[in-house]
Design a protein around this ligand. Structure first.
Ligand SMILES: [Zn+2]
Length: 153
């Protein structure tokens, strides 16, 4: 069983097939692996909409999966996630992976000089305002996160 087949079980067959179509139509426009281990995909949808998918793996299993579309707000794996997974698989297959250092140097320099408490307050507030961001913070800093998000089946 290939790596990609192992991820199929998280998706309904219909959603998986739609994701496959998106992948074939090359709707996954940007795919980046960030130094944090988080994959980011920009997926073109219908009517000129686009959604952002974030994915992280832990020992070959999906550790974290999020999308900005409304379907995934119901905690259901969406076709954009499926398409992103397939694009990641293809990229790993091609072995042409470039790790992006997350906007990096400049911002990091600024953050280094911010007082720790202020930074914590800022991140906590941002997480309250943005669920997606909150999930990313969790996935970055809480190791036991894996079973919470998508492993419902
Ligand atoms: Zn989606």
């Amino acid at each position: 069983m290939s790596r990609i087949d192992a991820f199929r079980r998280y998706f309904s067959p219909l959603i998986w097939d739609r994701g496959a179509l998106y992948h074939t139509e090359e709707r996954v426009r940007t795919l980046e692996l960030h130094a944090s281990g988080m994959w980011h995909a920009h997926v073109l949808a219908q009517q000129q909409k686009a959604y952002d998918v974030a994915l992280a793996f832990n020992e070959g299993e999906i550790h974290f999966m999020a999308c900005t579309c409304t379907y995934s707000k119901r905690k259901l794996p969406c076709k954009h996630m499926a398409a992103a997974l397939m694009a990641i698989d293809a990229m790993l297959e091609s072995e042409e992976i470039e790790v992006v250092s997350t906007k990096a140097a400049e911002l990091e320099r600024v953050l280094m000089n911010v007082q720790h408490e202020r930074l914590v307050g800022f991140v906590a507030e941002a997480a309250r305002e943005d669920k997606e961001f909150a999930l990313r913070v969790w996935s970055e800093f809480v190791d036991e996160m894996s079973s919470i998000i998508m492993l419902q089946n």
